[in-house]
Write a protein that binds this ligand. Structure first.
Ligand code: NAD
Ligand code: ZN
Ligand code: ZN
Length: 415
């Protein structure tokens, strides 16, 4: 059986091609760590992918800003139907509709036992922590494809309680694999609670998910900053205040105009190392967001930093940044006794509760991030548009399952 997938070719170029149907073994291929080759996964399942989203984290690779090898199969945001079950899987069954946390985690190491599934010790020979379809993450094959293998299925998979309900809410539930837990983790790490004033840097899907999460946690004001007006309009569409950092380079002054003081209680970096400086003529300035959130967060505040920072950036503008060394005003953070939380999101800490918030109608994450369905053949175009700053979260529908279901329900309503 064939298996169409989105593959990274070279900077600026992805293509859709057949990568072959998966089995319950991690085989050699681009980016697969030699120590992971041949790894047997009888604890795994094969999923028919229902939805798989394009992420800003993929863009870092596709822009050539990482050491991702050509031929890497992309995709870490996966929702699917179980169609094959390994011999060591006890509780997940064929036909289950499941969300896959983007981190890969064994469920057996000391970190997994503490719910630190983002730094599992047993899945990536290079370092703690892993993900599907990602550079330096052990080589687990990505899920922007028709079929994908998921290891440690009993531990990792979040099963949706009802198939029909899940398919009805799939554009929301698809965000559980990454950006909804990631935005929520950003807000929780920043200490957002009832009444908090919050600044979110970045109005991409993660920033919007963080802003929606801050609202769900009870924030009194959520201010979102970006340089792209269309993305800020999206943030305003669900009640956020916004600051256009291309028009205004003094963030503190803009915050004062909104809340009367230049500092917020909590701040979230949903941008990462490809940050742009503030102002009309600013170029890339990787430490901008880290420095500016220290600046505008009150003493004793917390900084949630889901934005990604790398240990190697071949496309960086200076030699220090090429090794991930940034010019951070750490003394300011010390003076203000800030608490920083960085790293991958431990998705499993949050995804079940957020699923309930979606199913009850409390959370409206698809609307907040402007979820937009595309076919797998449209993925290369989706990557280009997303890179161009469009305010959409692209959701790939590799089998046309979601499209057909929406069409059927639209025609049933018309009758
Ligand atoms: N920690 C995790 O587990 C995790 C998970 C998912 C995504 N991420 C990371 O989160 C970040 C955001 O992801 P995304 O999908 O929203 O990406 P994105 O690229 O769509 O969004 C980033 C946004 O930041 C804006 N921006 C650039 N410089 C800025 C500045 N100085 N101030 C404010 N905004 C600025 C850009 O215009 C863009 O809209 C990425 O770095 C991604 O890799 C991390
Ligand atoms: Zn992602
Ligand atoms: Zn583990």
């Amino acid at each position: 059986m064939s298996n169409k997938a989105v593959v990274y070719n070279k900077p600026g170029e992805v293509e859709v091609r057949d990568i072959g149907y998966p089995d319950l073994v991690l085989r050699d291929g681009p980016g697969v760590n030699p120590l992971n080759v041949g790894r047997k996964c009888n604890h795994g399942v094969i999923l028919k992918v229902i939805t798989t989203n394009i992420c800003g984290s993929d863009q870092h690779m596709v822009r050539g800003r990482t050491t991702a090898p050509s031929g890497l199969v992309l995709g870490h945001e996966i929702t699917g139907e179980v169609i094959e079950v390994g011999g060591d899987v006890e509780f997940i069954k064929k036909g289950d509709i499941v969300s896959v946390p983007f981190n890969i985690a064994c469920g057996r190491c000391v970190n997994c036992r503490k719910q630190d599934t983002h730094i599992c010790l047993n899945v990536n020979p290079d370092r703690p922590g892993s993900a599907y379809g990602y550079v330096d993450m052990g080589g687990w094959v990505g899920g922007q494809s028709e079929y994908v293998m998921v290891p440690y299925a009993d531990f990792q998979l979040l099963k949706f309680p009802d198939r029909e309900q899940a398919l009805d809410k799939i554009l929301d539930l698809t965000m559980l694999s990454d950006i909804f837990p990631t935005g929520y983790h950003g807000a929780v790490s920043a200490g957002v609670k009832m009444g908090s004033t919050v600044y979110v840097a970045g109005a991409g899907p993660v920033g919007l998910a963080a802003a929606h999460s801050a609202q769900l946690l009870g924030a009194s004001v959520v201010i979102v900053g970006d340089l792209i007006e269309e993305r800020l309009a999206q943030a305003r569409s669900f009640g956020c205040e916004t600051i256009n950092l291309r028009e205004h380079d003094n963030l503190g002054e803009q915050i004062t105009e909104i809340i009367g003081v230049p500092e917020v209680d909590c701040a979230i970096d949903a941008v990462g190392f490809e940050a742009s400086g503030h102002g009309r003529d600013a170029g890339e300035a990787p430490a901008t967001v880290l420095n500016s959130i220290m600046d505008v967060t009150k003493a004793g505040g917390r900084l949630g930093i889901p934005g990604l920072y790398v240990t190697g950036d071949p496309g960086a503008s200076d030699d220090d940044a090429k090794e991930g060394t940034l010019k951070i005003r750490f003394g300011l953070g010390f003076a203000k006794a800030h608490i920083f939380v960085t790293g991958q999101t431990p998705v499993m800490r949050y995804n079940r509760d957020l699923m309930r918030a979606i199913l009850s109608g409390r959370a409206q994450i698809a609307k907040a991030v402007n979820a937009t369905l595309i076919s797998i053949d449209e993925a290369p175009d989706g990557y280009k548009k997303f890179d161009g700053g469009i305010s959409r979260k692209f959701v790939i529908d590799p089998h046309g399952m979601v499209r057909d279901r929406m069409a059927a329900s639209a025609s049933a309503h018309a009758k």
